[in-house]
Design a binder for this molecule. Structure first.
Ligand SMILES: NC(=O)c1ccc[n+]([C@@H]2O[C@H](COP(=O)([O-])OP(=O)(O)OC[C@H]3O[C@@H](n4cnc5c(N)ncnc54)[C@H](OP(=O)(O)O)[C@@H]3O)[C@@H](O)[C@H]2O)c1
Length: 248
């Protein structure tokens, strides 16, 4: 552990980070989540700004976003926080230096297609990509046609490996940030498609059984992914960990 632990540097703690090249059939995938110390990622079934992470956490989230081509969410997360994906102007120049578009591409995974197409989330700098199965109701596509681009993957639900392959081969996405929620995170782990985990431990205890943890599915992941600590920053009592994921 020695040498890995430090106070959050001023500015961007991940400024000098470089992510490895993408594997052959998918982007390099990093996940970023915040939870209470008892592992809860929601409070009363939702997550509002300030519920768990501090303003430093939100800054660190933007810093992580500044390293990727695209950010992906499950539709439930998007419905609950229909905000546009916009990084501050100073991060646009950093992104250009890294060979990225000035702003990342927002991606939403849905089967039902019930997305808030009239919300600000669809008025950001880049038109969102909606990944859906062919069974998506046509009227939902009609509602979103002018606000998003639709990518069809799978029959009744989106096949995660096919989607990842298309994101790389069709959209040129080599670095992808997974930002939840827990249901979508589970499917990525099931497909051994998370390479790194960025985790903010908010110094709080929630305690409610019904609140969600970081990765949620019907059965324990098998084999259980193993994590190795790459770095650990602190700001007051809040911790910011970066782990590499191994599947053995
Ligand atoms: N603490 C954190 O860092 C953090 C981060 C993110 C989210 N959250 C919280 O997590 C909660 C939501 O998480 P969640 O696990 O309930 O939901 P989620 O993973 O955000 O979204 C689930 C939805 O995504 C779509 N989906 C997922 N996999 C799919 C597939 N293979 N094919 C087609 N559609 C698919 C479906 O959408 P349709 O229903 O549209 O078909 C499904 O209902 C929210 O309360 C949010 O605030 C916390």
């Amino acid at each position: 552990m020695q040498g890995l632990f430090a106070a959050v540097p001023s500015g961007d703690p991940y400024r000098t980070m470089s992510l490895p090249a993408a594997p052959p059939k998918r982007p390099y995938v990093i996940m970023n989540m915040v939870s209470s110390v008892d592992g809860k990622t929601t409070v009363n079934g939702r997550l509002s700004a300030g519920d768990l992470g501090s303003s430093t956490d939100r800054h660190v989230m933007d810093c992580v976003r500044s390293h990727v081509d695209a950010v992906i969410w499950g539709a439930a997360t998007m419905r609950q926080s229909p905000h546009p994906l916009v990084l501050p102007p100073d991060m646009e120049s950093v992104r250009r230096e890294r060979g990225l578009e000035p702003q990342p591409l927002p991606i939403i995974v849905t089967a039902a297609g019930m997305l808030p197409f009239q919300s600000a989330a669809f008025e950001g700098p880049r038109q969102p990509l909606v990944v859906c199965p062919r069974s998506i109701p046509e009227q939902q596509v009609e509602m979103g046609r002018d606000r998003a681009h639709f990518e069809y993957q799978g029959r009744e639900e989106v096949c995660i490996p096919s989607m990842l392959r298309a994101l790389k081969e069709t959209y040129g996405i080599t670095k992808l940030l997974l930002e939840g929620g827990p249901q979508l995170n589970y499917q990525f782990f099931q497909n051994q498609a998370v390479d790194e985990v960025f985790w903010t431990a908010a110094p709080k205890i929630n305690g409610a059984a019904e609140d969600l943890s970081m990765v949620m599915g019907p059965a324990p992941l098998s084999p259980p992914p193993q994590l190795s600590l790459l770095s650990l920053f602190s700001q007051g009592s809040e911790l910011f960990a970066r782990y590499a994921v191994q599947y053995s």
